[in-house]
Ligand binder design. Structure first.
Ligand SMILES: [Zn+2]
Length: 408
């Protein structure tokens, strides 16, 4: 029987105190994920009674962990007094996100109410040794904390992403990485030593997928394929509401799915990978005769938008190839939404329509409700926002530890 005031089910053998701490943590986790909520929202999302939620809120308020939060702009035409919203006490800590690409580092600092307090970007030399790049990233973190006016001791955790597969168990760059000099390096340990607070490491496509499902184009979707194409073609996978990374961090390496077994040999050692027909080199080769130079994806997208018909054709053709690989994934994973991100997303409908067309025709099993194909809405900031989302959502923070204390 649930207890009338705590909602606890004693028959499970859990003590009242254990259940109360568990409920507090559940409530704090919800606020970390959603920013601000009303008590009615919390009751609906947790299944706890309103009375129990009210008791928990009052305890956590007394402990200084949550505060009343400003309501977002009231909806036009809404009647009556808006509900009181609560959020985490944002003065209690900050999360740090670090998006490290060989050519650039972007750092964002956010409070626990999900407001970004500062963001700094610094260009790097893509040829830098890993240690030099990590030093630079640590320097940008210090700069971002300084701009936000936040002491290092108030950081509850950081997450960093790299554009390669990550072995999360070891905190290293995975073996199938295009960044040869980073393979096997203890990146997490290196950043922890430089920053002096907890750091998690993940791959950029997974974290961009997390950001788009938390705040962007796939908000509210539990099954999502996020395709990132800036320098390589990679996917982030959200399945049943959770990031799926596979046994070795290789899940989502769609660029190395085979589209033509007798095709060109890929740098990964296989033949006819998607990268060989739609990757950066393939685009360059496709346009060399007509445009006389090595075209980057960024330049092709820009010229296509300006009306260059050759670049439009090249974009449409690579998008169809990407569509084939994504459609195969759809038949295996049955996603509700496919989000296109990275530089490719700037191609807009020139890119989305060919992918949609292939997905529609190749997923007959899902024909009644084919997955929607949309562009990401977070742009170049998806990765760093995903880092923040990971810290705010998954990290066991001091908040959770403090939830075990007694009020007062
Ligand atoms: Zn390959």
């Amino acid at each position: 029987m649930p207890d009338a005031t705590t909602g606890e089910v004693r028959s499970t053998g859990l003590t009242t105190r254990t259940m109360r701490v568990r409920n507090r943590r559940m409530l704090l986790d919800l606020l970390r994920e959603h920013g601000v909520l009303s008590q009615a929202d919390i009751a609906r999302r947790t299944g706890l009674s309103r009375t129990t939620v009210s008791t928990l809120v009052s305890e956590l308020r007394q402990m200084g962990l949550i505060v009343d939060a400003a309501a977002p702009t009231a909806r036009a035409g809404s009647q009556g007094r808006p509900p009181t919203l609560i959020g985490l006490d944002d003065s209690a800590g900050v999360a740090v996100g670090i998006d490290l690409d060989p050519g650039q580092v972007r750092v964002a600092v956010a409070n626990l109410a999900h407001s970004v307090l500062s963001e700094c970007v610094r260009e790097l030399d893509p040829g830098d040794e890993p240690a030099t790049a990590l030093d630079a990233a640590a320097g940008v973190v210090t700069e971002a904390l300084g701009r936000a006016g936040v002491e290092r001791a108030r950081v509850i955790g950081a997450a960093m992403c790299l554009p390669v597969p990550i072995d999360r168990r070891r905190g290293t760059v995975g073996s199938a990485s295009a960044l040869a000099s980073w393979r096997g390096l203890p990146v997490v340990e290196g950043m922890r030593d430089r920053l002096d607070f907890p750091v998690e490491l993940d791959d950029d496509a997974s974290l961009a997928a997390l950001a788009e499902t938390t705040w962007g184009a796939a908000r509210g979707c539990a099954n999502v394929i996020y395709v990132k194409y800036s320098t390589a073609i990679r996917c982030g996978l959200v399945l049943d509401g959770r990031l799926f990374r596979g046994a070795h961090g290789i899940a989502g390496e769609v660029g190395h799915t085979v589209v033509n077994e007798s095709g060109l040999v890929c740098w990964c050692g296989s033949r006819g990978c998607l990268e060989t027909v739609a990757g950066a080199w393939a685009i360059g080769d496709m346009l060399r005769r007509s445009h006389g130079e090595h075209m980057t994806l960024e330049r092709v997208v820009r010229l296509a938008a300006d009306g260059d018909v050759g670049c439009q054709r090249a974009l449409a053709d690579i998008s169809r190839q990407i569509g084939i690989a994504v459609a195969n994934l759809c038949n295996v994973l049955d996603p509700e939404r496919i989000v296109i991100g990275g530089t490719l997303a700037r191609g807009g409908e020139l890119v989305l329509e060919p992918i949609r067309d292939v997905v529609r025709r190749a997923t007959r099993l899902l024909a009644d409700e084919p997955a929607e194909v949309v562009a990401g809405t977070l742009g170049d900031r998806a990765e760093v926002q995903g880092c923040l989302a990971l810290v705010l959502r998954d990290t066991g923070t001091r908040f959770s530890l403090r939830a075990g204390a007694e009020p007062g």
